[in-house]
Design a protein around this ligand. Structure first.
Ligand code: BG6
Length: 485
């Protein structure tokens, strides 16, 4: 008997701004992601994100004065090639494929009264295509794609008005795709809102806020997103009671580097700061530890009467998260200094190896976090991102990516352990099953795919798709329901 439930949802995950392209086609508006220029590694460094967008840069771009390349405007041309790409996912046996609807395709400025029919039709056709191949769509409503119109008019999610615009957008797509989409997510990696501004966060340009108020502004924007997520949850339950809606967290498990209680406490606080987001989504209230932190750090958010009830009444049906690595923290000075992901910081964990981008690879950490999260919430979990960003070599038209297979195999094994531990896990979606533009670096050479895409960091290439060794491996994994690794 398989270690995985018989209806386990194997598949892959993407985001519109990293694959679609077609940035100005069929009435689509601009989003923060369209404003992120490519910065070569020599200038940017390996890890630094280079994804924030300043007010000056937006002005420069809009007035045509900025000369640069914007990879997220072009993606991998999924906008035109989606039928062939979905056929490849079908060939691998995908049960589920996660996309995001690009909000600015449906409401080009974000605040428009009427939706753009061409945008709605595009996703209608795409969902039909998925179903033709027996693939269940999972849809993220907002994956770093806040329309630029909302940034310019309200400073993004800092403006409470944006809640109503988001709910209008959510209701529009829930009504349109009722019966076609069973799995929805509100905000991708909602915890990024407190780390980055216009692009990654919530369409908020932080330099438009007084320095002393910037921390409060991030949490204010987050409060609005929490409310919008709850109201979208309410709307989906009314419009399509058979569908499920969840939240999405970039899960970063923190370990203490030593048994020093001060290190243990630091790790606990790191985990609280990370799980705070799912605490609100799943339990429907702000945890006391965060209220204390705000009070001690002069963070203030404005709430309106009824906000707390909205959060309490409409909690998520399931909890989804991305998992790439873990972090180690310590209060003791370290020679190696800072290491971690592209967005967070920690110290070197001597027991783990890291990817070429410094992300510390930790399959057992996945089992730990699945157990922790299930113990904490007792709600179904869904891994909606996991994978290895790596440099691939094409040799005689083939890509032998055994390193990717090793990474995925080790994580899937730990996932099976967590299920045996009693965790209710609905599915596993590999990040970037087809190579795509990196979120943090806008590189193409940071590849996650089972399918190679012939485009380089400068945007050159034929765009041809090539099946890697991992393609055939994952096909076998799905066909055996996780038995044949
Ligand atoms: C997650 C995001 O943070 O990680 C994705 O939801 C992103 O959008 C993925 O692509 C991997 O990160 P990166 O920076 O390697 O593209």
């Amino acid at each position: 008997m398989s270690k995985f439930p018989k209806d386990f949802l194997w598949g892959g995950a993407t985001a519109a701004n990293q694959i679609e392209g077609g940035w100005d086609e069929d009435g689509k508006g601009l989003a923060g992601s369209d404003m992120v220029a490519y910065v070569p590694k020599e200038i940017r460094g390996l890890k630094s994100a280079a994804i924030d967008v300043s007010s000056d840069r937006i002005d420069e771009i809009l007035s045509g004065k900025f000369e640069g390349r914007f990879p997220k405007r072009h993606g991998i041309d999924f906008y035109h090639k989606y039928k062939d790409d979905i056929a490849l996912f079908g060939e691998m046996g995908f049960k589920c494929f996660r996309i995001s609807i690009h909000w600015a395709r449906i409401f080009p400025n974000g605040y428009d009264e009427q939706p753009n029919e061409a945008g709605l039709k595009y996703y209608d056709d795409m969902f039909d295509e998925m179903h033709k191949h027996g693939i269940e769509p999972m849809v993220t409503l907002s994956h770093y794609e806040t329309p630029l119109g909302l940034t310019q008019k309200y400073n993004g999610w800092l403006g409470r008005e944006v809640i109503a615009h988001f709910v209008r957008y959510a209701k529009t797509v829930f009504n349109r795709y009722k019966g076609k989409v069973k799995y929805w997510l509100t905000f991708n990696e909602i915890n990024m809102v407190t780390m980055h501004s216009a692009y990654c966060g919530a369409g908020v340009v932080l330099d438009r806020v007084e320095a002393s108020q910037q921390e409060s502004a991030k949490y204010q924007a987050l409060h609005h997103q929490f409310l919008a997520s709850s109201l979208a949850t309410k709307a989906l339950h009314e419009i399509d009671p058979n569908a499920k809606i969840g939240c999405m967290l970039a899960r970063l498990h923190h370990y203490a580097l030593t048994a020093d209680p001060a290190d243990q406490r630091q790790a606990q606080w790191g985990n609280q700061q990370n799980l705070f987001f799912t605490d609100v989504h799943a339990r429907g209230e702000y945890p006391k530890y965060m209220l204390r932190h705000w009070a001690e750090n002069n963070v203030q958010i404005q709430k309106e009467v009824g906000d707390d009830e909205i959060l309490k009444q409409h909690t998520v049906d399931y909890i989804s998260f991305s998992y790439y690595m873990s972090l180690a923290v310590t209060t003791h000075p370290q020679e190696d200094g800072d290491i971690g992901g592209n967005l967070l910081h920690g110290v070197k964990n001597p027991y783990l190896k890291a990817s070429d981008w410094g992300w510390q690879i930790d399959p057992v950490g996945l089992r730990i976090t699945l157990n922790d999260m299930y113990d904490r919430y007792q709600k179904p979990l869904f891994i909606v991102e996991n994978g290895l960003g790596a440099y691939d070599q094409v040799e005689n038209g083939k890509i032998h990516d055994s390193y990717r297979i090793d990474y995925l195999k080790a994580h899937i094994e730990q996932m099976a352990e967590a299920i045996a531990d009693g965790v209710d896990l609905w599915g596993y979606l590999e990040w970037g099953p087809i190579d795509l533009v990196s979120m943090s670096t806008s590189e193409m050479s940071k590849r996650y795919g089972f399918i190679y895409v012939d485009i380089d960091d400068d945007g050159n290439g034929t765009g041809e798709r090539i099946r890697k060794d991992s393609f055939y491996w994952y096909k076998k994994v799905i066909a055996s329901n996780g038995e044949d690794l």
